[in-house]
Design a protein around this ligand. Structure first.
Ligand code: AHR
Length: 504
């Protein structure tokens, strides 16, 4: 089998923010996962679990979304600031969490976490039990440089410099737990929040400093998601448009209809079905791209040259990942183990997001620690890297690259290639459960191999846990070192591989 890489035929730029993360107080994602507390015997940095911080620092995720998710729908930011002992205790009922919420991980702790791992924060505001004023105050607390009362409060809490939060989500899944709104109701609500959001401009000629993200459709509802985007944009077009930068689509690769299929115990049919269904994201994004283009084409032409016609809305995929049936009853809530099946669908999803880099500006996997399609699991004082963590590490080289479309129809091989600064990064996933695949890559120029790493397991149901943290880890792949226009590689069965070549 042969794949040709034409390095002159490229498009787009892969926004590093397509490799974003999502954390929420569900199950043990934050409490016990990320946050262990300053007095914990578990090694920590200002209360943040050291193992998690170090693993994520190595990954350097470009953006982290917080506090939710559905948790954001009832989150009051003032509960999570100030003296830790004085913070209120509430009860978290979201997605079967059913735990006391001590509010020890609040805004300042989240910002500290982002700074330590090198990520930009994305805050999602509360539209359900919050108010426009509460949203405004939260952003004032975070971003105001001038000595206002809220900026002084941030300073009193130990943070003189503003956090300069750019990414702001206005509501979460407003078609469901975020309010069961109609697109028309949401458009009205959106207008208010987007208009009241502080601009943080300091001169008339500055651009607004926030990137406003509207709650987008449920990617898992084929009819509703079309109506949602169409009707929301129609409602926006019906009268002047407030600022809007993106629409946040959520898509889970649901695996809930097969009772005996669990994250670590599945048949080859289950394997094939879950891998196949991950591809639906591609169609959903293409469909939403079309709907956004149509919606924008219908935006009225302003009657004054002073006004700007709304001509761009990015797509953001704020939540994506595998959701297996047992997650619903798991303790801690939504805890899932991760095998090569999840690693492969993670690679497929990243391929799809990267392929759509001209329209998708940002994406966050759900979720980073101990919840659903995790990169990290924690157990006692241990932090375990899941196979998904290694997939994200294997894909780091694509960040900022230009897509190199590949002409391939190789059965069971998923491909993605990009080029940046003369380095070609090729990711190849072999989804065949027990057949290795030999491939020849051909290039226009002579290239030499710089790195070859693969992730695979002895058995596809293998996973990493505290007793065996390195059962499924990426490792160097043996390849012939040649300087040539032809390179051959054998992909292990059920594997994700990344190769990097430099033009000679
Ligand atoms: O990621 C878990 C939950 O899934 C989020 O809180 C919610 O937005 C979605 O339905």
């Amino acid at each position: 089998m042969q794949i040709h890489l034409n390095s002159k035929n490229t498009y787009g730029t892969i926004n590093p923010k397509l490799h974003g993360q999502f954390i929420e107080f569900l199950g043990s994602c934050i409490d016990d996962g990320i946050w262990v507390g300053r007095d914990s015997a578990i090694p920590n940095i200002h209360g943040l679990r050291r193992g998690v911080v170090e693993a994520l620092k190595a990954l350097a995720p470009p953006v982290v979304r917080w506090p939710g998710g559905c948790y954001a729908d009832t989150y009051h930011w003032r509960d999570g600031i100030g003296a830790p002992a004085k913070r209120p205790v509430t009860f978290n009922e979201n997605f079967g969490t059913y735990e006391l919420d001590q509010h020890q991980f609040g805004t300042d702790e989240f910002m500290d976490f982002c700074a330590l791992i090198g990520a930009e924060p994305w805050l999602n505001v509360n539209l359900l039990s919050g108010s426009v004023q509460e949203m405004k105050d939260w952003l004032e607390y975070c971003n105001r440089a001038q000595p206002t009362s809220l900026a002084k409060l941030r300073q009193a809490n130990g943070h003189a410099d503003p956090y300069n939060v750019k990414y702001v989500g206005i509501g979460n899944e407003v078609w469901g737990g975020g309010g069961f709104m109609t697109p028309q109701q949401y458009a009205m609500t959106y207008r208010k929040y987007a208009t009241a959001m502080p601009t943080f401009k300091t001169s008339l000629f500055d651009q607004e400093k926030t990137y406003k993200i509207a709650s987008g459709p449920d990617g898992n509802k084929p009819q509703e998601r079309v109506r949602w985007t169409r009707d929301f944009l129609t409602a926006l077009a019906s009268s002047r448009q407030p600022a809007i930068d993106a629409i946040d689509l959520h898509f889970y690769n649901w695996n809930i209809d097969h009772e005996n299929d669990t994250p670590t115990d599945f048949t080859s049919d289950d394997w094939a079905r879950v891998i196949q269904s991950a591809h639906e994201l591609d169609d959903v994004i293409s469909e939403q791209e079309g709907l956004i283009a149509k919606g924008l084409a219908n935006m009225p032409i302003p009657e004054s040259t002073m006004d700007h016609r709304l001509d761009q809305i990015d797509l953001v995929v704020g939540e994506w990942g595998n959701w297996h049936r047992p997650a619903f009853t798991a303790r801690p809530a939504l805890y899932q183990q991760v095998t090569m099946r999840d690693a492969l669908t993670t690679a497929i999803s990243l391929n799809i997001l990267q392929k759509h880099c001209d329209s998708v500006a940002m994406a966050c996997v759900a979720q980073t620690v101990n919840v659903l399609n995790s990169l990290l699991l924690t157990d006692g004082d241990q932090t375990i890297l899941t196979p998904n963590y290694d997939v994200f590490m294997l894909y780091k080289g694509h960040r900022g690259g230009h897509v190199l479309p590949l002409d391939t129809k190789t059965p069971a091989v998923e491909t993605f290639a990009s080029i940046k600064d003369g380095i070609i990064t090729v990711s190849l996933s072999n989804t065949a459960i027990n057949a290795p695949k030999s491939l020849t890559l051909t290039f226009d120029d002579t290239v030499h191999l710089i790195t070859a790493e693969t992730l695979n397991a002895a058995h596809v149901t293998d996973y990493n846990d505290a007793a065996h943290p390195n059962t499924v880890r990426r490792h160097p792949l043996a390849m012939k070192q040649t300087t040539s226009q032809r390179q051959t590689v054998t992909l292990p069965a059920a594997s994700v591989t990344t190769l990097q070549f430099k033009r000679s």
